[in-house]
Design a protein around this ligand. Structure first.
Ligand SMILES: *Cc1c(COP(=O)(O)O)cnc(C)c1O
Length: 356
């Protein structure tokens, strides 16, 4: 049976992307070698990195003066690389979830770290507003999409200091004003590639401003200078990212991804609100994530939770169980998830409602 993949990450990829990566893993561009057994310095691999960087620039309209890097270590390593490279006197963090909190915890190891606001009081089910970012901070760190709680910043904020963003789970789902950021990073396994590669967009002249010594591998300048080839980069995940970037371009770019995300989210949130069995966990529609749509059973139907999960699973839904810290359900609707996948889930919810 055809599965509808709502996994939170690693997550659904377009079938064309998986076909291209599979073919390259057997015979890379008729070279007689698998992509897995080739040198990252091979003449025919360099164009993969070059084109992936070029497509990043094109699809996100990245201004001059920024570098695009492909690294290892996941978004979690960036939590430490960011303060290592950017925190001299003070950093400001918006605490919108576990990932934001983990990023902030690393910053505290390097210097004064201000939590400008937090939504921890209500299991992070809203995005705080009306706070002040200290104007003497080196940077203001935000998590643009909170994968676990289903909240999202749909627009780039205004900040008195340059921003740094974890965009692990919403990169390429909307246009971004990159000029507002000194650094944008994320694990690729949500919206860009298979697991194994981290993307970093970094403003070149924001580097080299801290006085502490930085270990070579943790210094962004090493990877800017080395063109992501200082050490062996994750070659297959980079190739997979390239295929996804080509797919995004063919499909109409980030504006089209945004249009689709809005359509999928409108359909699913609409059903969650209409259906008597369910309710959304994020109450302010402005704060609701288009990428990770979280909902629970209505109070009077609480005992049906396990029942709905197995009902949905039998009908081919995958990955709709909510994160253990929130409970209920989470349908991750990344770029590769189609409106038909969402329609299948909505039909499932309607059928379950008719039965109860
Ligand atoms: C998944 C996720 C992470 C963790 O990424 P890793 O690549 O596993 O380190 C960090 N931040 C956000 C917003 C995420 O969704």
């Amino acid at each position: 049976m055809m599965k509808h993949n709502f996994n939170a990450g690693p997550s659904k990829l377009p079938i064309d992307v998986m076909r291209a990566v599979s073919a390259a893993c057997l015979d890379f561009e008729n070279s007689g070698l698998s992509l897995m057994e080739m040198s990252h310095r091979a003449k025919n691999f360099q164009p993969v990195v070059d084109e992936a960087v070029q497509l990043f620039r094109e699809l996100l309209s990245i201004p001059e003066g920024y570098s695009v890097l492909f690294l290892g270590g996941g978004a979690s390593l960036e939590f430490c690389m960011v303060p290592y490279n950017f925190l001299e006197h003070k950093a400001a963090y918006l605490n919108t979830g576990v990932w934001a909190k983990k990023a902030m915890a690393e910053a505290k190891l390097f210097g004064e770290t201000v939590e400008v606001a937090s939504s921890a009081d209500t299991t992070y089910n809203y995005i705080p507003k009306g706070y002040t970012v200290p104007s003497d901070a080196d940077y203001f760190h935000v998590t643009t999409n909170n994968t676990i709680y289903g909240t999202e910043l749909h627009r780039d904020l205004d900040s008195p200091v340059p921003m740094i963003a974890d965009m692990s789970s919403d990169i390429f789902s909307r246009p971004v004003d990159v000029s507002k950021y000194n650094c944008i990073y994320g694990g690729a396994q949500k919206n860009l590639s298979m697991a194994g590669v981290t993307f970093v967009i970094v403003k070149d002249d924001a580097l080299g401003k801290v006085t502490r010594p930085i270990p070579t591998m943790l210094d962004y300048r090493t990877h800017v200078k080395g063109g992501s080839m200082f050490n062996t980069p994750p070659t297959v995940p980079i190739y997979c990212a390239l295929q996804t970037l080509r797919w995004i371009k063919r499909e109409g770019g980030v504006e089209e991804m945004q249009r689709r995300a809005e359509a999928k989210a409108a359909l699913l949130y609409g059903e969650i609100e209409r259906n008597k069995l369910f309710r959304p966990t994020v109450l302010n529609p402005d704060d609701r994530s288009y990428m990770n749509i979280c909902f629970v059973m209505s109070e009077e139907y609480k005992e049906l939770e396990a029942g709905f999960l197995s009902f949905a699973t039998e009908r081919g839904m995958v990955g709709v169980k909510g994160h253990r810290s929130v409970g209920g359900f989470r349908a991750s609707c990344y770029n590769a998830v189609t409106i038909d996948d969402v329609k299948a889930l909505v039909e499932c919810m309607q059928e379950f409602e008719r039965q109860h």
